[in-house]
Design a binder for this molecule. Structure first.
Ligand SMILES: [Zn+2]
Ligand SMILES: [Zn+2]
Length: 276
């Protein structure tokens, strides 16, 4: 199996630039936001840009199954607040339709915070939203395991299983984030036993995308802070194990920082070195 790996790439300027950016980094997989991730409002997709995106993707030889879009940051699909929930649902619906337009199969979704209203309430709101979005598009929604921040949903394998049961449709899957799993208390440095547990509780086949991030915080600290590959608490040995596990059969997306220590190319080189 050929390694499929890449980054979250920018769409700045025009959405088709994402493919150029991915190719410039030698990506064989990539992730984008289809819009500004930090606002509630978005501009409609431009038809010319959409066509260029599709053409470039086709020419790139990057498989459509190895790319994904990520939901913007503001929506909270588990919110008990009517106004925030409705706005969040609207964005989810908008995003799945944008994925359809772009020919992107997978949309990665954060599972939200119940804000104290209780895990069951939050899960029900989230599931209702996902089912509405499913009925309006062909997009496969991937539930991303969370780091376990206060009131967050879906940081445990049990909760992911519950959500998939409630959704009860192959049109949903999982995006497995190594940093989030570690933050939530799963010691991914010993990835084989974690994946065995995941397989028993959730099912390995449900993972469609992997977010490959090291963690700036220690095991079970419940904080979502990404670090360069090998420079965080998961560390080089941890990533050597991860990169030699079954996860390497899936598209690997790095959401690592860019700073004076390393850029994207450096992180890709580190991954390739650890894979040897
Ligand atoms: Zn995410
Ligand atoms: Zn994260």
């Amino acid at each position: 199996m050929k390694l499929r790996i890449g980054f979250h790439v920018s769409i700045a300027g025009s959405i088709d630039r994402a493919v150029d950016n991915a190719l410039a980094l030698n990506c064989t997989a990539f992730q984008i936001f289809t819009r500004n991730p930090r606002g509630w409002k978005s501009k409609p997709l431009d038809e010319v840009e959409v066509n260029r995106f599709k053409e470039k993707l086709l020419k790139s030889k990057i498989d459509v199954n190895d790319i994904c879009a990520h939901m913007p940051y503001l929506p909270n699909l588990a919110s008990p607040k009517e106004d925030q929930y409705n706005k969040s649902l609207q964005i989810l619906i908008d995003e799945v339709k944008r994925c359809d337009t772009l020919g992107i199969r997978y949309l990665v979704v954060h599972l939200g915070s119940h804000l104290g209203s209780g895990i069951e309430n939050g899960m029900k709101r989230l599931v209702d939203a996902c089912l509405k979005a499913r009925d309006l598009s062909k997009t496969i929604i991937l539930l991303e395991n969370m780091a376990g921040q206060k009131n967050s949903i879906g940081s445990s394998f049990e909760e992911l299983r519950m959500l998939l049961d409630m959704l009860n449709d192959d049109r949903f899957g999982v995006c497995f984030d190594t940093c989030h799993a570690f933050a939530a208390g799963y010691d991914v440095r010993m990835i084989d036993s974690i994946l065995e547990e995941f397989d028993n509780k959730v099912g390995f086949r449900n993972i469609k995308i992997v977010h490959l991030n090291d963690s700036k915080s220690d095991l079970k600290h419940n904080s979502d802070r990404h670090e360069h590959i090998g420079l965080g608490y998961i560390g080089e040995e941890g990533f050597r194990n991860i990169l030699h596990s079954r996860l390497n059969t899936l598209p690997l997306i790095l959401e690592t920082p860019i700073d004076e220590r390393r850029d994207d190319k450096d992180n890709l080189n580190k991954v390739l070195e650890l894979l040897k």
